[in-house]
Design a protein around this ligand. Sequence first.
Ligand code: HEC
Length: 145
Amino acid sequence: MTPSKQNVLIKLRHLKPSPTSMVLSATLLSCLVLLTNTAHAGDPLTGKDIYNRCIGCHSFADNRTGPRHCNLFGRKAGTVQGFDYSDAMRNSKIVWNETTLDAFLKAPLQNIPGTIMGYAGVKNDRERADLIAYLKQASGSSECK
Ligand code: HEC
């Protein structure tokens, strides 16, 4: 062992837990717990890539196989003018926000039985969070006004 390493070890051994250091480590520990428990905050940049799975049927500006996604947040499900929704979607009484989108996009057919959205869903929690962050950003963007 090099003398310097030995020195460090000796110093470490002589460090007595002071009240300050104990408070500090308790704080650090609770930060760590908070970080690992908090749901992943979505990253819209990554979400944009995941949205590529949707563009076969959706766009923000126009109705296609699926309804347009502009102004999605805060909108009642099944209410875009000129789009022919399923009764299941129209009668779902859902208002789109992070929570309702998360449940729907995880498993569309289970979340709204009878929906005509023929898509199995985004199973990965992190991917869904990223996708929803992107949906929120892009559906409220100036191009959507
Ligand atoms: C195979 C085509 C298809 C794909 C792929 C698809 N959708 Fe859809 N989507 C639809 C259709 C059709 C509807 C209308 C469903 C209904 O009326 O039951 C819909 C409805 C929706 C709605 C409800 C909108 C409203 O106005 O109430 C949301 C939100 C949505 N899709 C998001 C997505 C996202 C995000 C993806 C990509 C992960 C995606 N969809 C992939 C076809 C698709």
